[in-house]
Design a protein around this ligand. Structure first.
Ligand code: ASP
Length: 593
């Protein structure tokens, strides 16, 4: 037996007992020949003391111990000397006087001080097995386990079956590039790693399993600029004979349970519902952060007869004029900064510009456009926007979508500048965004694409619009769950009729032949009695990150890739030799750089 208990177990009531502990040396201090060690295991720390006057040989051996050595000790639990107790440690009232020491393994000096928050992330990733020894990483992984376990318990109680689906599968359109795996047995063919188990989970409904879930690994070959990973984990759910409301209620129940068990907070359910159009109109985002206001305000009514040509032509051309009031930001935004923000919206979002009016306390309105406004427009504007000294107004005038998106981004940037995100960090604002458009026109592809994926059901009352070719107006029975401006997940009620699915593919530019090749199995399955069904998927990594209060999903994944898709510890991806490639009928065209 290596140990009788762990390093976070011993208390005053254990004084006098003989115990065995095993773990790593967290810290070692030499107080005039007496060696003090904080012994660490997964559960915590216990102070171990080596006293030369009591066990001289063991004490002698303890002089050779270094941080991160793995040891086993036997000793007697004793009270710490009065005044030396450590209230911050659960075991802080006691120490173990060592009578035996076994060095299980020596450690090299670690390449960085563990638990130093300033350590460079690349170094942490290279030595991930050391980084994972730190208290905060262990806490994050324990939390992740708790959330996964709660998910399984909850969904099991609700009658859901956990069913695995293939990793070597067919491409499924979720909007990203596929990772491909060449087949050795069928030369020239490829598997795709699943972007999501979407088609399989629907086929499980056709199969009559009725309630499926999986904590599913998904793979998307995307540019990793944002906080993304090429492989990530979803809580994936699908059920038969359900409405959108049923799925939403189920997920609310799951999130209530997760937040209760993993964070100890009660979140109120049901969550508010907001239509996609409202979310865009008011917050400039389909994942609105509703913890603070600064809403987008429509100004079309004020400027519909304006002499200001730019505004007038937008209104006449069917566009919109909107503004936000960044209250109290005038003192924080210099002219140079406003110029930089303008550059930012131009380069990042292709906006034509970012008009503003800044009203410094005790000053005049400063603005490149205000000279074009009439007195009555100015008065109406100030009133509508609640514009007072100290504020800055930002304007957007263009097509609806682009105005909303740009002002939505400016709104978030203002919130950051004004410290609104920090001030509201304690809030948990959940909501469902519903009534998404089913289709969007992609100018690059020059055809309509699915906003979610091609299996999403159009709203019954909008099917005539689909038939009439009025695609932009068709809404989907789709829903996203959002927390504090982060999309936690989304799903939809699906198409379960063969003909409607084929029609949908047609709208998306997939002709009958391509439908057979890519989706023949699904269309065929739908002709054998497919029940009405729907589902949802939640991003597990993001959920854990938010509950942990971590800055990035890399902090809640044991072995993540960096933002170039590389595992710095194993150096994956690696080159493979010519022979291995030949076996799978592949020849690389990459130039060695
Ligand atoms: N498969 C979808 C996704 O991964 C979720 C769903 O529709 O259930 O986003």
């Amino acid at each position: 037996m290596y140990r009788t208990t762990h390093c976070n177990a011993l208390r005053k009531t254990d004084i006098g007992q003989t115990v065995k502990l095993a773990g790593w040396i967290n810290t070692r201090r030499d107080h005039g020949g007496v060696i003090f060690i904080d012994l660490r295991d997964r559960e915590g720390l216990t102070q171990v003391v080596f006293r030369p006057e009591e066990h001289s040989q063991v004490a002698e051996a303890s002089h050779g111990l270094r941080s991160e050595d793995v040891i086993q000790i036997t000793g007697t639990v004793s009270a710490r000397l009065p005044g030396t107790e450590n209230a911050r440690l659960a075991t802080g009232d006691i120490e173990v006087i060592a009578s035996e020491l076994v060095v299980l393994n020596k450690a090299e000096v670690p390449p960085f001080p563990l638990d130093d928050p300033k350590v460079n992330e690349d170094l942490r990733l290279e030595y991930r097995y050391l980084d994972l020894r730190t208290d905060h990483m262990q806490r994050n992984l324990k939390l992740r386990h708790r959330i996964a376990k709660t998910t399984r318990d909850f969904l099991d109680e609700q009658g859901f079956l956990e069913i695995e689906t293939p990793i070597l599968s067919n491409p499924t359109p979720e909007g990203a590039r596929d990772f491909l795996v060449p087949s050795r047995l069928t030369p020239g063919t490829f598997y795709a790693l699943p972007q999501a188990p979407q088609q399989y989970k629907q086929l499980l409904q056709v199969a009559g399993l009725e309630k499926y879930f999986q904590i599913a690994r998904c793979f998307r070959d995307e540019d990793l600029r944002a906080d993304r990973q090429p492989e990530f984990t979803q809580i994936d759910v699908e059920a038969s004979f359900v409405t959108d409301g049923d799925i939403q209620t189920l997920i609310e129940g799951l999130l209530v349970r997760i937040f209760r068990e993993a964070k100890g907070v009660e979140i109120p359910a049901p969550f508010p519902r907001m239509s996609y159009v409202d979310a865009m109109n008011r917050f400039g985002s389909d994942k609105p952060d509703t913890r603070f206001e600064m809403e987008l305000v429509d100004l079309g009514g004020i400027f519909h007869e304006s002499q200001f040509k730019v505004f007038r032509s937008v209104v006449d051309g069917g566009g919109v004029i909107k503004a936000i009031n960044a209250k109290g930001s005038a003192a924080l935004l210099s002219k140079e900064q406003l110029k930089k923000w303008e550059e930012w919206v131009k380069t990042e979002f292709g906006a034509k510009g970012l008009a503003y009016i800044k009203w410094s306390t005790g000053g005049e309105w400063e603005s490149p456009i205000v000279k074009f406004f009439s007195e009555s427009e100015k008065a109406a504007l100030a009133e509508r926007m609640g514009f007072v000294e100290g504020d800055v107004l930002f304007f957007g005038a263009d097509k609806w979508q682009s105005v909303c998106e740009v002002l939505g981004r400016v709104r978030l940037r203002c919130a950051e500048l004004l410290g609104l995100l920090e001030a509201n960090a304690g809030k948990l604002n959940f909501l469902w965004v519903v009534d998404f458009p089913l289709l969007a026109f992609s100018p690059e592809d020059n055809h309509w694409v699915a906003v979610h994926h091609p299996f999403t059901r159009p709203k019954a009352e909008d099917v005539p619009l689909l038939d009439a070719g009025d695609f932009a107006k068709v809404r989907a029975v789709a829903y996203d769950v959002v927390l504090n401006g982060v999309e936690l997940g989304g799903g939809s009620i699906r198409i379960h009729e063969r003909d409607l699915q084929a029609r949908m593919f047609e709208v998306l530019g997939v002709d009958a032949e391509a439908q057979q090749i890519k989706f023949g199995h699904l269309l065929k399955a739908f002709s054998f009695g497919a029940p009405p069904h729907g589902g949802v998927a939640l991003g597990l990594d993001r959920l854990v990150m938010l509950i942990a209060g971590a800055e990035s999903i890399r902090e809640v994944i044991a072995f993540p890739k960096n933002n170039r898709g590389t595992d710095l510890m194993t150096h994956s991806p690696v080159e493979v030799d010519f022979k291995q490639l030949r076996e799978v009928y592949i020849q690389s065209t990459a130039k060695k750089g």
